[in-house]
Design a protein around this ligand. Structure first.
Ligand SMILES: NC(=O)C1=CN([C@@H]2O[C@H](COP(=O)(O)OP(=O)(O)OC[C@H]3O[C@@H](n4cnc5c(N)ncnc54)[C@H](O)[C@@H]3O)[C@@H](O)[C@H]2O)C=CC1
Ligand SMILES: O=C([O-])CC(=O)C(=O)O
Length: 268
């Protein structure tokens, strides 16, 4: 018997959400139907819903004006592609109401109390939170190496000063001189760059925790894209996961990959 399609809603209708819709429309996510969208700006949610509706693919997607309306829809999965504050707002009520979450804004989980509440709520209600690989990868080796025993892990990012312009570390000298603009742990990093180092928190959650990973961010003039270099060592294993990406598209595609994995008979 053919399984019923899973229902999906998206919170945060920007560049990465658009990649999920591209995948839905091109048939790469045939096990899902996108039934609801929400974004801080209602027009963006409407625009995303219209992309589904104009194809006349046998169901409708509606745009909503609040996270609570999305939760009330009770979709099987909610894709969060907004910002850590949105994950904070939606996680507990959604998980309680029977929706699992696929999230990009993993930074919200650097707060241990929130992490524990999310974990307990999901467990109690039979729901799950999927942390996507985003702009990095290698969660398998990070989790496995840290299971084996004591390990050390570092996370070093290179970015262009352009992507730091909206942050407190920005100074005009960054346009001409390379500079390490942050050095600390993942909890401190996400507090300083709320939507730019979700990856560092993700790597820490897969290994030693947000306060025990050494994170640095270096600004490099005219750098195009982002490079994230993760290095983990224990007594036996020494692994380096280094992901360069020209744009953040890889993060959108990682949501698609996770959604496919959820319904796949063969699971990575
Ligand atoms: N884990 C990872 O590797 C990565 C994670 N991210 C996360 O994904 C998020 C989305 O990335 P993009 O699509 O590139 O950003 P974007 O700026 O193109 O789109 C985000 C959309 O969400 C909306 N939004 C922002 N805050 C919101 C809130 N509190 N409630 C509802 N809607 C809200 C914005 O209005 C915008 O339409 C980022 O903010 C970041 O937190 C981004 C890149 C990589
Ligand atoms: O795209 C990237 O390189 C990383 C990023 O924005 C994040 O982790 O939030």
């Amino acid at each position: 018997m053919k399984e019923a399609k899973k229902t999906l809603a998206i919170v945060g209708c920007g560049k990465l959400a658009d990649i999920v819709v591209d995948a839905l429309l091109s048939g790469v996510l045939d096990d899902y139907q996108l039934i609801g969208s929400y974004s801080r700006t209602f027009e963006k949610a409407q625009k995303l819903a219209e992309r589904i509706n104009k194809e006349e693919i046998g169901y409708r997607c509606d745009a909503y004006e609040s996270i609570s309306e999305i939760i009330a829809l009770k979709p099987d999965y909610i894709v969060e592609s907004a910002a850590p504050v949105a994950l904070r707002e939606l996680a507990l009520p959604a998980l309680k109401n029977g929706s699992s979450i696929v999230t990009l804004s993993i930074g919200a989980l650097a707060d241990e109390e929130f992490y524990n509440q999310v974990q307990e709520t999901a467990k109690k209600h039979g729901t799950r939170v999927h942390l996507v690989s985003g702009s990095i990868g290698g969660f398998d080796v990070l989790r496995t190496a840290s299971l084996m025993g004591d390990c050390e892990i570092t996370f070093d990012t290179e970015k262009s000063p352009k992507s730091l312009r909206s942050t407190s570390v920005y100074e005009s000298a960054l346009e001409t001189d390379a500079k390490k603009v942050f050095s600390g742990n993942a909890k401190q990093a996400i507090a300083l760059f709320p939507t730019k180092v979700n990856v560092a928190v993700a790597a820490s959650l897969a290994s030693v925790g947000p306060e025990n990973i050494k994170v640095s961010v270096t600004s490099v003039p005219d750098y195009i894209g982002d490079d994230h270099r993760i290095e983990i060592k224990n007594e036996e294993v020494h692994a380096i996961v280094d992901v360069y990406s020209k744009t953040s598209k890889i993060a959108g595609w990682s949501v698609v990959n996770t959604l496919r994995n959820i319904t796949s008979p063969i699971v990575f």
